[in-house]
Write a protein that binds this ligand. Structure first.
Ligand code: CIR
Length: 262
């Protein structure tokens, strides 16, 4: 079964720049290793391409250390794309860098014009609805502006809360198929995923929560054997990807691409 929330013919990624070593992070656990990060990024793109999707790979942007985390700049839906308005000042300029690429692909391109803020990492499209977590990066005004556009496109938006200390809503969850969500117990507090089947991350493997279902495979951070076993037992075809360096900047599988159908 295919769904516009899990099956895609296109993706956009951006190469990490040397400046990525200065990327934002909640806690400093050391700087990422650029060469290893590039190798992991290559493996990520090859995995997306192996499913048959066309992957556009944009040039690195030295002025924007976090620009490889393209997901935060836009929301791509079947009806069109919406440029976000990041809550991190240093990331605001990334939106204008992404806009021309999406303008070339989408007939209907909208902008969150502010004053509110919203980042793509706080948005989970499940096919039946759009879940948005308010966070330190995504505020009520940003969500309200998104809601107006989504209502016009016939999507319902459910506003939730990203837990304190968690960067983005999707830092702690992923869509595995239109009925199933992978989530930390912390995020799945009993109401977020009402109506979905929820698989909880095994204890100690919460950092594997940011995975992506992309066509018939699930890209999962490498090094989480209990999660890998659980998903394999559940019938998912997993592709482990080294996330060591992105994790130092609070990034995961979803952040590294925009995924859509055109
Ligand atoms: C940031 O703090 O904005 C970046 N270092 C990480 C962004 C991760 N993006 C995402 O989860 N969508």
């Amino acid at each position: 079964m295919t769904s516009p929330a899990t099956h895609f013919n296109h993706a956009i990624s951006r190469r990490p720049a040397a400046s990525v070593t200065g990327g934002l992070r909640a806690e400093d656990r050391g700087a990422p290793d650029l060469a290893r990060m590039q190798a992991a990024h290559d493996a990520y793109i090859a995995t997306l391409r192996a499913t048959g999707a066309k992957v556009v790979v944009l040039e690195a942007l030295e002025d924007y250390p976090d620009a490889l985390f393209v997901e935060d700049t836009a929301l791509c839906l079947p009806e069109g794309a919406i440029m976000m308005r990041p809550g991190a000042d240093s990331r605001m300029g990334e939106v204008a860098q992404m806009r021309p690429t999406l303008a070339g692909l989408f007939d209907d391109l909208r902008d969150i014009s502010g004053p509110g803020h919203i980042e793509g990492g706080d948005i989970l499209f499940t096919g039946r609805e759009v879940l948005v977590g308010r966070s330190a990066r995504t505020d009520a005004e940003g969500v309200a502006e998104l809601r107006i556009i989504l209502e016009e496109w016939g999507h319902s938006l459910r506003e939730l809360q990203t837990p304190e200390g968690v960067l983005h809503f999707k830092t702690d969850c992923s869509l595995l198929d239109p009925e199933t969500v992978l989530s930390t117990k912390l995020l799945d507090n009993g109401y977020c995923f009402d109506g979905y089947r929820v698989l909880h991350l095994p204890e100690g493997e919460e950092a594997a929560a940011n995975a992506i279902r992309f066509n018939d495979v699930v890209l999962l951070p490498d090094g989480f054997p209990k999660t890998a076993d659980m998903l394999t037992r559940e019938g998912y075809d997993i592709r482990p990807i080294d996330n060591t360096d992105c994790a130092l900047l609070d990034g995961g599988m979803s952040c590294l691409s925009l995924r859509f159908n055109v």
